[in-house]
Design a protein around this ligand. Structure first.
Ligand code: NJP
Length: 227
């Protein structure tokens, strides 16, 4: 209520639902993605073009959110890519790492100088359950999420000095457009919904000031247990 929160990767999937849920709770949301052509009108949500791999785009996004009073950032933008190690090209490596790792670095870096002045602020990073485990054909994607987890934890150490709380949301399969797939197809019926992740983000953002949620790990019930 009364807060301003920046959300990346908010044109669809998890990020869009995060923006909707936060706005329904009374927050002002500055929501970014590259292609805003399909986004709905949502009261309390200001959509802005954002490419997290492009520093000037990130700066413009952060400047707008900071001018609106942002005290929290949700790094959610991310892309998937699944192939055997021998098929990973330099181009695909850069696309995944630039978005999932450099994107978190640039976006966090654009907000941190402001957050330092606040005394209390929050960054929530939507990484993955595979930020600490891998699988066949998942080398590149999981490498990016391991790296995003490391950045998340480094930020937590650094931010501890000035009241920045940092949370990592690690989920199993979620029914979105992730990895160039479709939402709502029969194979994904038992998967987590974007709202399940949005509720975890809301919990991390709204925990009382004396509580820091280091990480939340959640899966669809059917998914084999993996920690
Ligand atoms: O995927 P999708 P999710 N700059 O494809 C945006 C993680 N995750 O919601 O830019 C700015 O429906 C893109 O918009 P656009 C996953 O790794 C997922 O599932 O127009 N924004 C769109 O709004 C990711 O970090 C699952 O293409 C950029 C959004 O990101 C996060 O959840 C499991 C961008 C992606 O929406 C959200 O993914 C898991 C850029 N350069 C973790 N590039 C899962 N779905 O199963 C992309 O463990 N976006």
């Amino acid at each position: 209520q009364g807060r301003t929160i920046a959300v990346t990767g908010a044109s669809r999937g998890i990020g869009l639902r995060v923006a909707e849920v936060l706005a329904a709770e009374g927050a002002q949301v500055v929501a970014g993605a590259r292609d805003l052509s399909g986004v709905p009108d949502i009261a309390g949500v200001q959509f802005m073009t954002l490419d997290v791999t492009d520093q000037s785009s990130v700066r413009a996004f952060a400047d707008t959110a900071i001018a609106a009073g942002a005290d929290a950032l949700v790094n959610n933008a991310g892309v998937g890519s699944f192939m055997p190690v021998e098929d990973i090209t330099p181009e695909e490596y850069r696309r995944i790492m630039d978005t999932n790792v450099l994107g978190v670095i640039l976006t966090s870096g654009a907000f941190v100088p402001h957050f330092r002045t606040l005394g209390r602020s929050t960054i929530v990073n939507v990484t993955s359950d595979v930020s600490a485990r891998t699988f066949a054909r998942g080398g590149l994607y999981t490498a990016s999420k391991y790296a995003a987890r490391a950045i998340t934890q480094a930020l937590a150490y650094e931010g501890h000095e000035y009241g920045l709380r940092v949370s990592e949301i690690r989920s199993g399969n979620v029914d979105t457009y992730f990895g160039d797939t479709q939402q709502g197809i029969p194979e994904k019926e038992e998967w987590l919904r974007p709202d399940d992740i949005a509720q975890a983000v809301l919990y991390a953002l709204s925990a009382p000031g004396h509580v820091r949620i280091d990480e939340i790990l959640l899966h669809p019930t059917w998914q084999p247990i993996a920690f």
